[in-house]
Design a protein around this ligand. Structure first.
Ligand code: AHR
Length: 508
């Protein structure tokens, strides 16, 4: 049995738990929109064609924001194709994913869907094949109160009230050669700055996100952020980060350490942004929007694409419908811990994506919807993390990994809400073969009692949920959790994720 220790003390608060950390992402890609959230012929569809079975799962997941409509898709998208009478909307060739876009779902449908689920929209503009004017047009259509051509068009299309979208992404992954209209850092930084200035002239209170690198492994990572922010530091509020992890060649040890790599990635972007700020003698801090993160078996997708390049143009094809295992869910839990640990600078995040496409929720066209394994750590963390993130400084054994060097075997994060007196602990045992006893000093919190202790683990770490067996990987009560005085002891199985919720015994 490994042993580890940590302390929860409300005096060591990192930052508030920003609700935007529990965001997601809906791209017009594969079956995320069509037969995912929207399927007019589905038995559960409402009058707007939205699947209510999927909506119920999204509510349970606890998603707070959704980035839309891409991803790579946005870099070739004409937003106006997706508004107005459906029968008049053009069918287009979609180049990012080599498919056909019917435009039966667009901005107004997205906004109705998001508002119905109490989800804050995060709108991406096309800075690949388009520019400042089209971004302004989209903003006029979406947010201008009325009395202009495009805002009146919105009203005529059934949305008299402005959509009031506050957060806007200035393009997507503009450093990636795969991106339509991809740019050098200087070109993109200038365009982001000019688009931001124009949008802010239209509406000063917008929150704007500049594209960071599309990944830490990009050859231009670091230099890209520095040069882009060098151009647009004063005009934007956020820089974006994207990271996808997968298990390579059975190296489960490294895979479980992926959140440690995410920690480094975040800290490097913070350092780079602050370096630009220091050069400018600016008191402003750029926040981080981790607006694509997840487990994604990307190398499999790339191999399949290389071996069998797409030749046809299907509508809503099955693309990257990864089936997630118990181990994948444990890594997702660790990634959520990484976001929480950096809550002072990461104030927005979007798991990519929401339905069917590398997603926590899967559907059958015309049929069932179910939760993938990764649904569970997301839903529990979104529900339990409240108040302030606490710095926990665990002391735990460490081991070496081939990809990410030496990492602690315990990955921990914690939150405490002084208003309700509740606390939550999120614990990952990264050992592939040995349980871990974690001892937690709670004395700083006063009298506490354990409300629940739920663990995700499986004798078969590669077990996954399916439509026929939707609860194969789920949360189970952890009976090896004890609270004695001011000390909590929990035993974590190998390759596991655990959430312990605590409540104060005295009234808050
Ligand atoms: O989420 C899938 C894709 O990954 C997105 O379209 C793109 O932004 C990223 O490369």
């Amino acid at each position: 049995m490994h042993k580890a220790e940590l302390t929860l003390d409300p005096a060591f608060a990192v930052a508030p738990v920003h609700r935007r950390l529990f965001g997601s992402f809906v791209e017009h890609m594969g079956r995320c929109v069509y037969t995912g959230i929207y399927e007019p012929d589905h038995p559960s569809a409402d009058a707007d064609g939205l699947r209510t079975d999927v909506a119920a799962l999204i509510r349970e997941l606890g998603v707070t924001t959704v980035r839309y409509p891409g991803g790579n898709f946005v870099s070739g998208y004409r937003w106006e194709d997706g508004v107005g009478p459906k029968q008049d909307r053009p069918v287009r060739r979609e180049l990012a994913w080599h498919s056909t876009e019917t435009n039966q779902f667009g901005l107004d449908e997205f906004m109705r869907w998001a508002r119905g689920l109490d989800i804050e929209p995060m709108m991406a503009v096309n800075l690949g094949t388009r520019g400042i004017q089209e971004a302004l047009d989209l903003h006029e259509y979406a947010n201008h109160p009325g009395g202009t051509a495009l805002s009146d068009m919105r009203a005529a299309n059934g949305s008299p009230d402005p959509h009031a979208i506050r957060m806007w992404c200035l393009g997507n992954e503009m450093d990636g050669p795969w991106q339509l209209g991809h740019k050098t850092a200087r070109e993109y930084g200038r365009l982001a700055a000019e688009t931001a200035r124009a949008l802010r002239t239209a509406e000063p209170g917008l929150e704007l996100v500049a594209c960071g690198s599309s990944g830490r492994s990009m050859p231009t990572f670091g230099a890209w952020e520095a040069e882009v922010l060098g151009e647009c530091y004063d005009e934007v509020d956020f820089v974006s980060l994207h990271a996808y992890y997968e298990e390579y060649d059975g190296d489960l040890r490294s895979f479980l350490a992926a959140p440690a790599d995410m920690d480094r990635f975040i800290e490097e972007v913070v350092a780079t942004a602050d370096h630009v700020g220091a050069r400018r003698k600016s008191s402003k801090k750029i926040m981080l929007s981790f607006d694509e993160w997840n487990v994604w078996y990307l190398s499999r997708f790339q191999r399949e694409q290389a071996e069998d390049p797409p030749t046809d143009w299907p509508a809503a094809p099955r693309v990257i419908e990864d089936r997630y295992s118990a181990a994948d869910a444990v890594v997702v839990g660790g990634m959520l811990n990484s976001l929480l640990r950096h809550a002072d600078r990461v104030t927005a995040a979007s798991q990519a994506q929401l339905v069917n496409v590398i997603a926590p929720i899967m559907t059958e066209p015309g049929g069932r919807a179910w939760r993938q394994s990764i649904f569970h750590p997301f839903a529990r963390t979104a529900a339990a993390a409240r108040g302030q993130v606490l710095r926990v400084e665990p002391s735990a054994p460490r081991h070496d990994t081939a990809l990410y060097g030496e990492v602690p075997l315990l990955d921990a994060a914690a939150t405490h809400d002084s208003a309700s007196g509740r606390a939550a602990l999120f614990l990952v045992n990264r050992s592939t073969d040995t349980p871990m006893e974690v001892s937690v000093d709670l004395r700083g919190l006063g009298g506490m009692e354990a409300v629940s202790a739920l663990t995700l683990s499986d004798d078969d770490v590669y077990a996954a949920n399916t439509a026929d067996d939707p609860d194969r990987v789920a949360l189970k009560e952890n009976k090896d959790v004890r609270l004695d005085g001011g000390r909590l002891t929990a035993v974590l199985p190998p390759v596991s994720w655990t959430c312990v919720e605590l409540a104060g015994t005295a009234p808050a």
